[in-house]
Design a protein around this ligand. Sequence first.
Ligand SMILES: [Zn+2]
Length: 335
Amino acid sequence: MDPDLEQLKQHLPMLEYLQRHNWTPRRRSARQEFVGLCPLHEEARPSFYVNACKNLFYCHGCGHGGDLIRFVELFLHVSFRQSVAHLQQELASRARSAAAAELLAQTVAYYQLQLHRTSEAVRYLEHRGLRDSAIIEELGIGYAPGGRLRGHLTAQGYPFDLLLHTGLIDNQGRDAFCRRVIFPCRQHGRIVNLYGRSIGTAFPHRLLPRSKGGLFAWDSVSQCSTVILVEGLFDLAVLWQSGFRNTTSALGTHLTPAQLDQLCDRPGRLIYIVFDQDENQAGQQASQHLRLRLERAGGTALIVRLPAGHDPNSYFVSGATANDFAARLEGAQPL
Ligand SMILES: [Zn+2]
């Protein structure tokens, strides 16, 4: 085979390509073999096998198999030549997102340092009930003071255009995040976005103008047989701090189809939905709506009630203990 094509395939591992296109393996068998639903035909039981070592696939349902170039031909209904062109573009976009991920990792490291230097930010975390430095470190929480990021990153050799393209700064070179607590959003071990919560009141939430990826911290939660889903990252942080490490978040109440798939990717998993108990019933309605969506996708979900007006964060801040929360989980109902 053409050495260029061999190189292309070597640089684009099949498993990674599939996962980037929202394929989720249902299980992993011996020798780096992954099994899931076939993207090439409709099926309810997984019969699509990917060998991550050999970079090959085979489907026992439709009988198709081969390398990544062959997969793309079938998946996108294109010719061999078009498939190669598509994969070359894919390789270039992968290089761009690797550069962006490295830049975001540097930014997060910088923001983490700033957190410890800013008493106002540390006080804000305490006020939100977050005191455990190990959890703060593990979640990668930092603080963006505003006004200094561009200088710090360009001094490290990152070009202005890349900072602009990533959305970390605007055309005038001003920081996108200013006086915000920062949570890095990771997917497959890589930072894909940053969530910023203002410690003032104006425009409290902010994300970079790029995909927020899948469910928050899914790499560590995906193995759990029960999962707690909350709206916000301060909800998640206090729950992790109280020992509920199986908590994830979609950063809001609306889940993308890919996030819904993640929640349903393990048979028998029980999902606890713990949204805000809003006076206008918005959180409660969103819970019910999501429970039905999950059920249609084959998942099982229960709705957890908190005292009126509370979200998980304010519930803990107001003095609730891990036992109190566990009792709320016990009392969870389908409605
Ligand atoms: Zn198939």
